[in-house]
Design a protein. Structure first.
Length: 280
C-alpha cells in the first residue's frame, strides 16, 4: 500500500501563547508553546459513517487500517481496497473502501461508537459486543530482558511529537534484539496502538517476529488489540489492570509492565533466557 498521505492531514501540533510560571519567582515572559492537536476523525466505510474518534491527525491511513482490524471489521489489510483522507474545518473524514464481500458483512453489523481518547469501548451497548481475540497458539519468539531494555533506552528519541508536546502516547514495534522498527504517536493510547498495528499490516510484517512496547498502562483493550494483531509479547510502561492480566493469561500473551530502564515486572508468560532466543 502507499504511504500515509501527509499532505492531506493537518499538523499534529500547534503553537499557542502561554505564560510559564514558577512558584515563588518572578513571572516569565509570555511565549509560544507547542501543544498536541486533538481533532475528530470521522471513520466512514463506503458511505456509512461508523465512528468519530478523537485523535492526533497523523498517520491516518495506518490508524483506520489498525482500527478496522481490532474492531473486527477486516481480517487483514488486503480486505481494504482504498483509503481517502478529507480534511474539513471541523475535523477529518477518512473513507475506507472495503472489499465487496467484507463490506456486505460489515453492513450486517450495527454499532454506535462515540470515540474518546481515554476509553476504547465507548458506545458498546452489551458485554457481548466487546471485541475479543481468539486464544490461538502463537508461534512467536520469546523476548529477552535485554531486548526490552534496549528498546526502552531508545524509545524516547523515536517519539518526536512527544518530545515537542509532552502530551501524546507512543506505540513501538521492536525486533527480537530490541531494535525499534516502527513507532506511531497519538493523544489516545488506543489510537497509537491502532496506528502502529495498521502500519505493520500495511508493510506486510510478521507479528510473530518481535514485540509491542507502549507508553501507557496495559489495559484490557490494549491486550486485546495486541492479541488480535498476533503479537506474542506486550510491554507497557505503566501497570496492568486485573482484567488485562486475566486476558493475557487466557490468550497466551506474555505481558510485562511497569517497564523501566532498570527492570520490569512479568505478569504473564515468561521472557527468554539471555543467552538464546527460543520459540514459544
Amino acid at each position: 500500500m502507499p504511504p500515509n498521505n501527509r499532505e492531506a492531514q493537518p499538523p499534529a501540533s500547534a503553537a499557542v501563547t502561554a505564560q510559564p510560571l514558577r512558584f515563588g519567582t518572578a513571572q516569565e515572559d509570555v511565549r509560544e508553546i507547542e501543544v498536541a492537536v486533538e481533532t475528530p476523525i470521522n471513520i466512514v466505510y463506503g458511505n456509512m459513517p461508523y465512528a468519530v474518534m478523537m485523535a492526533s491527525p497523523s498517520d491516518l491511513e495506518d490508524f483506520v487500517t489498525g482500527f478496522s482490524l481490532t474492531e473486527g471489521i477486516v481480517r487483514g489489510a488486503d480486505e481494504i481496497r482504498g483509503i481517502a483522507v478529507e480534511p474539513k474545518d471541523e475535523g477529518v473524514i477518512v473513507t475506507v473502501e472495503l472489499a465487496p464481500g467484507r463490506f456486505r458483512e460489515h453492513l450486517a453489523r450495527r454499532r454506535n461508537l462515540s470515540g474518546r481518547t481515554s476509553c476504547g469501548l465507548c458506545g458498546v451497548e452489551t458485554i457481548e459486543e466487546i471485541p475479543m481475540a481468539d486464544a490461538a497458539t502463537r508461534a512467536s519468539r520469546a523476548v529477552s530482558a535485554a531486548a526490552i531494555e534496549t528498546a526502552l533506552v531508545a524509545l524516547d528519541k523515536h517519539q518526536p511529537l512527544n518530545q515537542l508536546t509532552r502530551a501524546v502516547h507512543g506505540a513501538a514495534w521492536c525486533d527480537a534484539s530490541g531494535a525499534i522498527l516502527a513507532v506511531r504517536e497519538d493523544v489516545g493510547r488506543h489510537n497509537a496502538l491502532d496506528k502502529l498495528i495498521g502500519a505493520r499490516l500495511r508493510a506486510g510484517a510478521d507479528a510473530g517476529e518481535g514485540f509491542l512496547l507502549v507508553t501507557s498502562r496495559a489495559s484490557f483493550e490494549m491486550v486485546e488489540k495486541a492479541a488480535i494483531f498476533g503479537a506474542g509479547t506486550l510491554v507497557a510502561i505503566s501497570a496492568p489492570t486485573s482484567l488485562a492480566i486475566e486476558r493475557a493469561k487466557h490468550l497466551g500473551l506474555t505481558l510485562a509492565a511497569v517497564a523501566r530502564r532498570d527492570g520490569c515486572i512479568v505478569f504473564t508468560g515468561a521472557l527468554a533466557p539471555e543467552t538464546e532466543t527460543i520459540a514459544r
